[in-house]
Ligand binder design. Structure first.
Ligand SMILES: [Zn+2]
Length: 284
């Protein structure tokens, strides 16, 4: 969920490419500095499928930002589950999928412990880790006017039957930049996986009015903190509307998380293959 927040998440400073050799220096430095970054090496993972193996990156680092924190968990689902739980489960699925099918991608999770760290810190952690791509993981809600009461397990909760679908956000400065290309590749893969984009954030109502760049791919521009601060391609992904009880039920399934994880990583892989100049660290 992102509305009603002047600044949400993501990236900017000088993200340098992820070279495998560099990792041997970076990881011990991070650990000694007490920085909570989890490193998942896929170098020894099993052989990739044809498309995934076409990446020309020797060891590209993808930083995954789990949106929100345990203390400030974001929105809540139609069944009362905090958004942070959905975000963390999806981030974990991305790491697992990368380990299975994307040996050229090093996926790291920022804020794995769910600490209440600032947006600036999240971006700085991605820079420190040598990330080439920044992805912020979120799940969406809807404005009050679209909420209806329902009863779940004896509790009165609210849900939206009207709003569903995924949305991708990039920095306004990146409207024609690498982040736009990255978002388009991810959206294309999510649609191929059976998901639908949403244009509800562009509606002319309080709390929305976001700049919709591509209605068919669900891509918006918004000055969220992690996006405007990032110097590397950065996309904030709202995987779906968990305040919609039907979509929540779909997104809660491990098989769906795995499918979405694969779509995301395929989008990143395709982006790197087609636009290596925008994907710092590729072809080195
Ligand atoms: Zn959120």
């Amino acid at each position: 969920m992102l509305f009603r927040r002047a600044a949400h998440c993501c990236c900017v400073p000088t993200g340098k490419p992820g070279k495998q050799s560099l990792w041997h220096l970076i990881v011990p430095a991070l650990m000694s500095a007490g920085i909570s970054v989890i490193f998942y090496s896929n170098v020894f993972a099993r052989s990739p499928d044809t498309e995934n193996s076409s990446i020309n990156c020797s060891a590209m680092v993808v930083a995954i930002d789990i949106g929100h924190s345990i203390q400030a968990p974001g929105t809540r689902s139609a069944r009362g589950v905090p958004e942070y739980i959905f975000n963390k489960r999806q981030a974990t699925a991305i790491v697992e999928e990368a380990g299975q099918d994307f040996p050229n991608l090093h996926v790291i999770i920022l804020n794995d412990q769910g600490r209440n760290i600032s947006l600036r810190q999240r971006v700085q952690m991605s820079v420190n880790a040598g990330a080439s791509i920044f992805i912020s993981i979120h799940h969406d809600s809807a404005q009050k006017r679209y909420l209806r009461q329902w009863t779940y397990k004896g509790k009165s909760l609210d849900h939206t039957p009207a709003i569903h679908g995924f949305s991708l956000f990039i920095s306004p400065q990146e409207k024609n930049g690498p982040s736009r290309h990255l978002a388009a590749e991810i959206a294309t893969r999510m649609i191929a996986a059976g998901r639908v984009p949403s244009d509800h954030h562009a509606e002319d109502i309080p709390g929305e009015r976001r700049l919709l760049l591509d209605r068919f791919l669900g891509i918006y521009a918004a000055p969220f903190g992690v996006l405007v601060r990032s110097a590397i391609p950065a996309v904030l992904v709202e995987f779906g509307v968990i305040r919609n009880k039907d979509e929540e039920a779909q997104l809660a399934k491990p098989a769906m998380r795995q499918k979405l994880a694969k779509a995301l990583l395929q989008g990143i892989a395709r982006f790197c293959r087609n636009d290596p100049a925008g994907c710092d660290g590729c072809q080195r």
